[in-house]
Design a protein around this ligand. Structure first.
Ligand SMILES: [Zn+2]
Length: 812
């Protein structure tokens, strides 16, 4: 039997887009070699970036087997080095980075429903956030669906407390799922869709990192480890394995993993955790890599043997026979899609269906262009969904402008974000969707090629194509969006008793020119009346300003934007994640934000800010009426600081700006003369200068990941806890995700530590919030996660931050 694999997952991305196609004769041959094997290996870890791309690429290029990376989550809880996306939007970005990485290393990507809730120190803490049985069921599902012979974990199941809790949890789940996937009594509800599957071996991909140092690992007894040289050079492709894996790893741009290409021999080590030990140094020892369905395997082997490098087109008959065999045997198999792809590549047939438009809406008629290049040596007949046919002669590039009316009522939305996540798991209603990285929302055109005896259908997705004189062509997905969307500028609005103007941006995608827009909340708020808007064209944006005033103290409500047009009501926002290294992503969600009236005293200070890797502190401060000037350090000049009381250093400013080392002397002078510096967290690894303060200050990796961990005020009469806002224990309630990270390890005795706290079972930490007098001014280092708490509108964090800023009042 041919293995029942993959469903349609792999080819939900757009296989025919011009930029992703590797079509050379040797690349087609390499694809054929991968077709020859019928074996899957699953690499299993916790996050985007945990995967060892050296091993994935070695599996797909050296062993020519199928490799799938199962990441427990999509990584929305981490930090973002290239933009301000957090949470679900960061998860969308990282999902796409993983898919781009897999295009390079030829692996496939899977996920469980688990959401990244941020750092945790132990597997137990992790399973306190995730329903362990549900995540385990997803891992078992992934094994039954992908049917791997071998599973490789990145982490050691016995590493509790030594690494991120998600990491240990991923290995523990792999151990348990290995035993359960083949047991018909485990998760029997899945057996409606899949058969049980018993993988043969489970390995742990160890490395020096797990031994504390390279020296320790060099000395360690490796007789129980299997070693793999992942430095192979592939003359067929003109590239070595570690060059491919470095390119793949560099796709994790938002985690700062862009790297130089590596070359040369390189050993990876695997330790058997479960299953029969291989008798040789080969992880596949005793495992049949081929299909047990003989006619199919024979036909694949024949196609490989007959392959003509100078003229790949001659493979057509072999490939058509393969296609027919797969049609009869199992139309859903991955190999069927691979064979269709090989037919196009070997024949030099190229399709694309494009539009210049970015978005469209129901009933809109958009201009599109269909292109079919027949670069095979023969005339071919193509037929389309509307039953029309077209003969395209050898060498002809057929292009036609076509109007397309959007009749699809479905809004393009990531399948796992259609509902709000529950208990730190994404809500996926259809069992068969669980695990998929994405489900295409593209509008497809069916094109059938008539090869005489065999007719083959291809789905060609509608894509946006733009051409820019400086970068050339760019392809992006085309998305269907609501007729009107309304976006707020922030997720949370903090009020300080007074009325505030709130701006929303309305965008029209319909032909309707008139709309009525209102903001709605509850009785605690007074909102200015609805407004009528006229649009001239599709895609036009208009900004509308409403006045919102709190009517009662200390209140929190939702505020919703509602658009009425032509008898219909719209209440959604359009959120776009757009970077050159990924496919543009959108998330359509309710146009709803949180409004809070806080009892907050705001200091009278002028604030300058130097950006690090990106945080939303400036907009959070502006939201409560504090002006913030963002300084450009590329054109640094000491006089830039002249008119300010406070300089806030953005998160990781010393990790990402090499200029900081140069301007340090100016900012120390600023403190000496009476200014206040608030240094938000820096990571202890990868500092671009050792001097991050005018006084001795050494950072460590300590953090408090329990967001409700008790914090003790060490000097309760310090201004930070008293002026202008009185801080009490309640002000540490309702913080999100964590208390803080990258606390200081040691410091000059002029620094006064103001807070003490720790995660359960750990020793108390004091490097959380340090304040020192320096000259006439004040220097503050804090690892508290203000960059998360302020954008989330956490009242106590706002009060504490106001008091820190008030230390800059000394200049007056
Ligand atoms: Zn990780």
């Amino acid at each position: 039997m041919v293995k029942f694999l993959f469903g349609i997952a792999l080819f939900l991305c757009t296989p025919f887009s011009a930029q992703s196609v590797a079509n050379s004769s040797s690349e087609v041959y390499d694809d054929l070699l991968r077709l020859q094997n019928n074996t899957t290996v699953m690499y299993l870890a916790a996050h985007p970036d945990d995967e060892n791309t050296k091993i994935i690429s070695w599996l797909t290029h050296e062993k020519h087997v199928d490799a799938v990376y199962l990441s427990l989550n999509r990584g929305g809880g981490g930090q973002n080095l290239i933009g301000t996306e957090k949470g679900a939007l960061l998860g969308l970005l990282r999902t796409q980075e993983l898919l781009e990485a897999r295009k390079v290393d030829q692996g496939r990507q899977w996920f469980t429903r688990a959401m990244d809730f941020g750092f945790s120190k132990t597997a137990n803490e992790t399973f306190g956030f995730w329903d362990k049985q549900k995540v385990l069921s997803d891992v078992v599902w992934a094994i039954r669906k992908n049917r791997p012979e071998i599973i490789i974990t990145r982490f050691d199941p016995n590493s509790n407390g030594q690494t991120h809790g998600h990491h240990t949890a991923s290995a523990i789940l792999a151990m348990e799922a290995f035993d359960l996937a083949g047991d018909k009594n485990a998760f029997p509800e899945q057996l409606k869709y899949v058969k049980i599957w018993q993988p043969k071996r489970l390995f742990f991909n160890t490395s020096w990192w797990f031994y504390g140092s390279k020296e320790n690992f060099d000395k360690a007894d490796k007789k129980d480890l299997i070693s793999i040289n992942v430095g192979n050079y592939y003359p067929l492709l003109g590239i070595s394995n570690n060059e491919i894996s470095s390119k793949s790893r560099s796709k994790h741009a938002c985690q700062g993993f862009g790297m130089a290409l590596e070359r040369g021999n390189d050993l990876e080590y695997l330790k058997l955790l479960k299953g029969d030990p291989p008798k040789t140094n080969d992880i596949f020892d005793g495992i049949n890599l081929k299909s047990e369905y003989k006619p199919l395997q024979n036909q694949i082997d024949k196609t490989v043997a007959d392959y003509n490098f100078k003229n790949p087109e001659l493979s057509l008959n072999n490939l058509l026979q393969l296609y027919d065999l797969l049609q009869k045997d199992n139309p859903k198999d991955l190999k069927l899609e691979a064979v269709k792809d090989l037919i196009l590549k070997s024949q030099g047939i190229y399709f694309e269906w494009t539009t210049k438009n970015t978005f469209g809406t129901l009933n809109e008629e958009i201009p599109t262009i269909i292109e079919i290049a027949n670069r095979s040596g023969k005339n071919l007949k193509f037929s389309f969904d509307d039953a029309s046919t077209k003969e395209i002669s050898a060498g002809e590039d057929f292009k036609e402008n076509q109007k397309y009316k959007i009749t699809n009522e479905k809004i393009s939305n990531p399948y796992y974000l259609k509902k709000l996540p529950k208990d730190n798991l994404y809500v996926v209603e259809n069992q068969e969707d669980i695990g998929l990285p994405e489900i295409s929302t593209a509008i497809n055109k069916k094109i059938t090629i008539d090869f005489g005896s065999t007719k083959i259908d291809f789905n060609v997705p509608l894509q946006q194509k733009t051409t820019n004189p400086s970068i050339g062509e760019r392809y992006e997905p085309f998305y269907t969006v609501p007729a009107f969307v309304a976006n707020f500028e922030q997720e949370n609005y903090i009020f300080n008793a007074k009325a505030k103007e709130i701006t929303i941006e309305l965008q029209n995608f319909s032909g309707n020119s008139k709309a009525k827009v209102s903001l709605k909340s509850d009785k605690d708020w007074k909102i200015s009346p609805s407004q009528n808007v006229n649009f001239k064209e599709i895609g036009e944006k208009k900004k509308l300003i409403f006045t919102v005033e709190p009517l009662s103290k200390n209140t929190t409500s939702n505020l919703e934007a509602v658009v009425e047009s032509n008898g219909k009501t719209y209440n959604q926002s359009l959120n776009v994640v757009d970077y050159p290294h990924i496919k543009r992503q959108i998330w359509i969600k309710n146009a709803q934000v949180k409004i809070q009236n806080l009892d907050l005293k705001i200091p009278d200070v002028k604030i300058a800010y130097i950006k690090g890797s990106g945080d939303e502190i400036p907009s959070s401060l502006r939201a409560i009426g504090l002006p913030v000037k963002e300084l450009d350090i590329k054109t640094w000049n000491p006089s830039l600081l002249k008119n300010y009381d406070v300089l806030i250093l953005g998160i990781r400013s010393y990790n990402v700006n090499s200029e900081m080392a140069v301007i340090n002397k100016d900012i120390w002078k600023f403190v000496e003369n009476g200014g206040l510096i608030v240094n938000q967290y820096q990571t202890n690894r990868g500092l671009l200068t050792d001097e991050i303060a005018p006084l001795q200050l050494k950072l460590g990796g300590n953090r408090i990941s329990e967001e409700d961990a008790k914090l003790k005020m060490l000097v309760s009469n310090h201004p930070v806890f008293n002026t202008p806002n009185k801080i009490s224990e309640q002000d540490f309630d309702n913080w999100i995700q964590e208390r803080g990270l990258y606390f200081a390890d040691s410091w000059d005795k002029k620094f006064v530590p103001l807070l003490e706290g720790n995660d359960a079972g750990e020793s108390p930490k004091q490097g959380i919030l340090l304040v020192a007098k320096y000259g006439k001014g004040t220097y503050v280092y804090t690892g508290l996660s203000f960059f998360r708490e302020l954008p989330a509108g956490v009242p106590g964090a706002y009060k504490l931050f106001m008091n820190i800023l008030a230390l800059g009042n000394t200049k007056k």
